[in-house]
Design a protein around this ligand. Sequence first.
Ligand code: HEM
Length: 408
Amino acid sequence: MTESDAPGSSTRSPDWFPEEDRGGGARGSGSRSAQRLAEYQRLREQCPVAWADDHGGFWTLTRHADVKEAARQPGTFASGAPFIMMPNFGDQIPISLNPPEHAAYRRLLNPYFSREAMDRLEPTIRGFVVEALEPLVSAGEGDVVSGFCQPLPARALAALLNLPDAAYIELIEQIAGFERMGWDPGKVGAVIAEVFGNHIGRVVAERRARPLDPGTDLLSGVMAAEVNGQPLSDDIVIQIGVQLIAAGHATTADALSGVMYRLATNPDIQMELRRYPEKIPTAVEEFLRIETPLPEIARDATQDVELHGRTIRAGDRVALNYGAANRDPEAFEHPSACIIDRTPNDHLAFGSGIHKCLGAPLARLELRLALEEVLSRTSEISLAGPGVQTTGLILTGFTSLPLRFKTP
Ligand code: HEM
């Protein structure tokens, strides 16, 4: 694998991407780079444990069974710095933790993403969806990335953390900025430490002075909790808040832009979901599989591992290629087709094992509500011009996507 083939190295118009598998019924075309998909296929078939010299050298696993197994073996494939192409910029809780520390933090955080917590958030998030969509749909045309895909997850995170809505949107623009800057390590470190750290730091100080209900307010709950019999320092609480923002915004924005592109280029999928909105949750899973907005995450081998005739040595870096795994024909029939009623769908877009995405219930909620509202308010969604598909260093999505809307 060369650097240019690695996830996240180009910005292109989606028109550049040849369509894959445009079938009848509820199938669709792809928005991922044909080159990258071909490379995924080559690696899965011919070199399932591939070595690359870039970024200090690392292995890549591409088969679904191997990636899933490695994700579920945190004792052998340990978490630390989550991205191959970026240096570690400090502890990130919980993503850079390992057993046994990791479990205590997940136990603490999981209840804020429970079914009840999502049910409480649903009306607020539906309101955000409608507020963003109404002007776009009534104008008949607009860039869905700046008007919808970016602001929605920002406001959803603000609601999750009980932060002031308006102030938070500004903060999120900073994240979008440094992601689009190309994740320059120096700039990212500075933005994270100064902007998010300071912002969340101010909120944490406010909560110390006036705690909210720890049962429903995540930051108050974390501040009231103990891990290993010790209360958490403000620094740890801030790290948790920063991690939620960093992990929850661009991932969801990129996922949503991928879903909007797929809808716009697949009238049959639109029709099917308008007619049978009850299929939307299953369709969301298939969109997540085929888009895989976070295609690669790193681990560090803690011991020598023999796999498919290669030896991964203790201390080697290993990329779990969720993007390639999600296109593995051994795990998914017609893997490049978007089959919106695919069941079962054992995709790895949220990972697997102990680090499986904490925010998945919130991301699923946002995507479902977005689809419900955009489809019920329109009779036709189509491309209004060439979009720009950006793959920053670690994510895949669109930086702009002009769409046209017709109303019934
Ligand atoms: C469609 C949107 C999203 C995608 C595709 C996504 C993807 C992922 C993936 C693949 C992982 C696993 C990382 C690993 O294997 O080490 C992960 C972990 C994580 N995600 Fe997400 N994510 C999304 C949305 C969110 C949201 C909305 C939040 C927060 C509100 C969030 C917070 C986290 C956290 C905290 C972790 C680390 C969990 C742990 O280490 O226990 N994510 N995400």
